[in-house]
Design a protein around this ligand. Structure first.
Ligand SMILES: O[C@H]1[C@H](O)[C@@H](O)[C@H](O)[C@@H](O)[C@H]1O
Length: 616
């Protein structure tokens, strides 16, 4: 270990001992984070806003497609395969570009990557708005996917690198707020343009050009991250940018910390070679990568995108049968996601990342269990099939005795009448090959709006337990959004040292997108094999695993400078069980060991994660 490293760590340990006696006193060389806390220049908020437009586009482009698809499938006569392609191609392209975004970020810098992403968003938006064929539409969807991938990994990193430590969590979490905000606005736009009988989808898909243009022109005038500049040896520019974003405050301490940390990192890990191999072969970064990727994996395994996707069906079960009504109620679902993300922004610097994530996982697991119980009750009280029309094609649909198995067969739907006493005159019949909106033949093949025309339920069953499912859905979003919806992005933006930050974020964002595709593509098959309640019980079980993972592996990063956070991963990930818990971040523990000293920079307000400064 270099002398410098030793002395910095020695100083950290001494600071730790000082803080055992009491809170730091305000002498001249006091921590930069205390100075920043009193005045935060407006410029930092401006940077965060323009960067988070990337999050908005991520949310808008992933959210808008469901409403656009309702119109597209009619106007372009899309088969189920093409619908699937238009939805998943974007997410697949995002996975690929997020993975390659690490290299671009390290090479070209954060600013240029954000400019590239907004340029790609504009291009993709224009292609989709003018598309005359489904192939061109597919090209547009892949293009915006490439933009989403780059934005999803670059924006949190950029915001984290320009923010002062006391605001970093909040500002990075604003990016997540913009993601769910984008999804909400997309659903409102879907609702508004669903009334256009022709070409409504062009406006839905093309409107994303506006925020993309705004971001592009904004970023022409905004600066590069000072940390990236320093890493590239452009120290004069770095100093100027830091000065600008700190609004003339004293930047010397922060500047020195960044520079020293870059030098130390180079001494400890070298500067050549393939970054991912260096990350994997160096303990602290390997552990950070496991935490970062694990969080992103569990975010998607909690089933957020199937819940969002399935919300329309859940609402249909609750008795909403009109397409337009379902679109507006889906907007209410994404509004709930958005509002509770706001709660996350408010809580992140108050309770810290770790507690927020743990609480969120607990609530998510419980509400998934409630959702599963709701589906179980609906299945157990599934209405019987009372009519058995002659089926000349001998389809499997004639074999089912109640709605539940009929609904789980993708080739069949439930056709029924309903009055105050419940469902009557019901049959299970094949779905039309042209559209899942009607049956292939019989009463539900050409439905009218007349009061005596039967209802057609595809993919759901009428039930009186829909309120349990609806309650589960609301509780799910309320617990998922503030913690699991936001923290994986926030934590990833801060846990890697500078040399590993681009690659670490690229890998974890890639994991997020890969699991996003996996979970949403397998959902219907999982539901077919395990039934809906089985699928939601499965997600609840995965959330329990996520809870154990976070409990043992996620340290608290609240309030620390980015350069201090790598110390949290200097030792094994988990120290649960052998240290007392405390809520007071000014209480530090002394571990009687020749190897460790109490850490001033430690995550002392968490239950089990304590950073140790190694004094070797
Ligand atoms: O953090 C976001 C957010 O929670 C979105 O609602 C979800 O669609 C994304 O997959 C996720 O990464």
């Amino acid at each position: 270990m270099s002398n410098r490293t030793g002395s910095r760590r020695q100083k950290a340990a001494e600071d730790g001992e000082r803080s055992l006696i009491g809170p730091p006193s305000g002498h001249a060389g006091e921590s930069v984070r205390d100075q920043d806390a009193s005045t935060t220049p407006f410029f930092v908020y401006l940077l965060a806003f323009f960067s988070a437009l990337g999050g908005f586009l991520f949310g808008y482009d992933t959210g808008v497609v469901s409403g656009a698809m309702l119109l597209l499938k009619k106007e372009m006569h899309l088969s189920a395969l093409w619908q699937e392609l238009l939805v998943s191609s974007t997410v697949g392209a995002a996975a690929l570009s997020a993975l390659s975004g690490g290299f671009l970020n390290g090479w070209l810098g954060r600013r240029i990557c954000i400019l590239i992403a907004s340029f790609i968003f504009c291009g993709g938006g224009i292609v989709m708005a003018v598309a005359l064929s489904k192939v061109v539409l597919l090209v547009g969807r892949i293009t915006v996917g490439l933009g989403i991938g780059i934005a999803s990994m670059t924006v949190p990193v950029y915001i984290a690198e320009v923010s002062p430590p006391h605001l970093r969590g909040q500002l990075v979490t604003i990016n997540s707020l913009f993601i769910t905000g984008g999804q909400f606005i997309a659903s409102v736009v879907d609702g508004a343009f669903s009334y256009l009988s022709h070409d409504g989808w062009r406006y839905m898909l093309g409107l994303s050009i506006l925020p993309a243009v705004l971001q592009f022109f904004g970023f022409i005038f905004l600066p590069e991250s000072p940390r990236w500049l320093l890493q590239k040896g452009r120290s004069q520019e770095a100093r100027q940018v830091l000065d600008r974003i700190r609004g003339g405050q004293n930047i010397e301490e922060e500047y020195d910390t960044i520079r020293t940390s870059i030098e130390e990192e180079e001494n400890e890990t070298g500067s050549g070679g393939v970054v991912i191999l260096r990350i994997l072969s160096y303990g602290p970064t390997r552990r950070a990568l496991i935490v970062g990727c694990g969080l992103q994996m569990f975010q998607q395994l909690s089933g957020i995108n199937t819940v969002m996707y399935y919300s329309a069906t859940i609402l249909q079960m609750a008795g909403v049968r009109e397409d337009k009504q379902a679109i507006w109620l889906a907007a209410a679902t994404s509004a709930t996601n958005f509002v509770f993300t706001l709660v996350g922004v408010w809580l992140v610097e108050r309770v810290g990342r770790r507690k927020l994530t743990l609480g969120s996982l607990l609530g998510t697991g419980l509400s998934l269990t409630l959702l599963a119980v709701g589906f179980l009750l609906s299945a157990q009280h599934s209405p019987p099939v009372t009519l058995h029309p002659v089926d000349f094609h001998n389809s499997t649909c004639r074999l089912y005795g109640s709605c539940e198995p009929c609904m789980l067969d993708p080739d069949c739907g439930f056709c029924y009448l309903e009055n105050d006493a419940g469902v009557f005159n019901s049959s299970c019949v094949p779905v039309s090959p042209a559209s899942t909106d009607s049956a292939a033949w019989g009463r539900c093949s050409n439905r009218t709006e007349e009061s005596f025309s039967p209802y057609w339920a595809y993919n759901y069953c009428p039930t009186s337990y829909s309120w349990v499912v609806l309650l589960g859905l609301i509780l799910y979003l309320a617990s998922f959004a503030p913690g699991m919806g936001t923290m994986p992005w926030t934590v990833n933006s801060e846990i890697y040292p500078l040399w590993a930050r681009s690659t670490g974020n690229a890998c974890s964002a890639g994991v997020n997108w890969i699991f996003n595709v996996l979970v949403s593509l397998t959902f219907l098959h999982v539901a077919e094999y395990l039934t809906y309640y089985g699928a939601f019980f499965l997600y609840a079980g995965l959330v329990v695993l996520g809870l154990l993972f976070v409990l043992c592996c996620l340290p608290e990063t609240k309030g620390l400078q980015l350069e201090e956070i790598e110390n949290l991963f200097a030792r094994r990930l988990c120290s649960c069980g052998d240290l007392p818990a405390s809520d007071d971040r000014h209480v530090h523990y002394i571990r009687q060991s020749s190897d460790y000293r109490p850490a001033h920079y430690g995550a002392v307000d968490s239950d089990c994660a304590i950073a140790y400064i190694t004094l070797r």
